[in-house]
Design a protein around this ligand. Structure first.
Ligand code: ADP
Ligand code: ADP
Ligand code: ZN
Length: 214
């Protein structure tokens, strides 16, 4: 099963993608997590990505597409995957389509987690991230057991630099300009499904499993 998560930054794509990955036994592939891991390790790719991420801009397609295609050709992807944060531009979607078509494959589901901009600022302002293991919390809606400490690995939690209000506005503008057109693109391919992302996390997950099936 090959699944794409669509939706604004902070809509809950990552939260839902992790649960989908667990339930269906497929890898969760987040391009944002891959970039952050590279930044932490100080790789050349990380240095390049950081320039853009800090400004709330997209990392250029020529960097992002190759990285994602390498990842989905790894052995653990042979029964499918859930992509979180890719594609984010029409050229990314077209490259993915072409790479899959070359292998006689296609995306099965594109799930749009729909959340209006008004709710996004609150979601992002309260998001706390563990940069060590990638776990995500929310101060109000998904609080860790101990304040500021990751339940999963015990590391300190941070407010991501790009989750500060100035950058969130920029990321929303970029989303509407460059990523939202993908909703029509996948509708045209007959694989688009929308869920109401303003529901509680559990209800969103039920809507999604209703689409994906048992
Ligand atoms: P969020 O989960 O809040 O939507 P991500 O972790 O997915 O954020 O992405 C963080 C940043 O990484 C983005 O703002 C962008 O700069 C970069 N990024 C992630 N995925 C892509 C992509 N597919 N194309 C270009 N840039 C990306
Ligand atoms: P994305 O990957 O789309 O950027 P996340 O999954 O990281 O979004 O969610 C953004 C923030 O909102 C996180 O702090 C997360 O805990 C919280 N969150 C996710 N889904 C919901 C929901 N349905 N209701 C309330 N808060 C949510
Ligand atoms: Zn952690």
């Amino acid at each position: 099963m090959k699944i794409i998560m669509l939706g604004a930054p902070g809509a809950g794509k990552g939260t839902q993608a992790k649960r989908i990955a667990e339930k269906y036994g497929i890898p969760h592939i987040s391009t944002g997590d891959i970039f952050r891991a590279n930044i932490k390790e100080g790789t050349e790719l990380g240095l390049k990505a950081k320039e853009y991420m800090d400004q709330g801009l997209l990392v250029p397609d020529e960097v992002t597409i190759g990285m994602l295609l390498d990842r989905i050709h790894q052995a653990d992807c042979k029964n499918g995957y859930v992509l979180d944060g890719f594609p984010r531009t029409i050229p990314q979607a077209e490259s993915l389509n072409k790479a899959l078509a070359d292998m006689g494959e296609a995306i099965d589901f594109a799930i749009d987690v729909d959340v209006p901009d008004e709710n996004i600022v609150n979601r992002m302002g309260g998001r706390r991230a563990c940069l060590k293991c990638g776990a995500t919390y929310h101060v109000e809606y998904a609080a860790p057991k101990a304040d500021g400490v990751c339940d999963a690995c015990g590391s300190g939690l941070v407010l991501r630099d790009d989750d500060k209000p100035e950058t969130v506005q920029k990321r929303l503008t970029v989303y509407h300009d460059q990523t939202q057109p993908l909703i029509e693109y996948y509708k045209g391919q007959g694989v688009l499904h929308s869920v109401d992302g303003t529901q509680a996390m559990e209800a969103v997950f039920e809507s999604i499993t209703g689409i994906l099936g048992a």
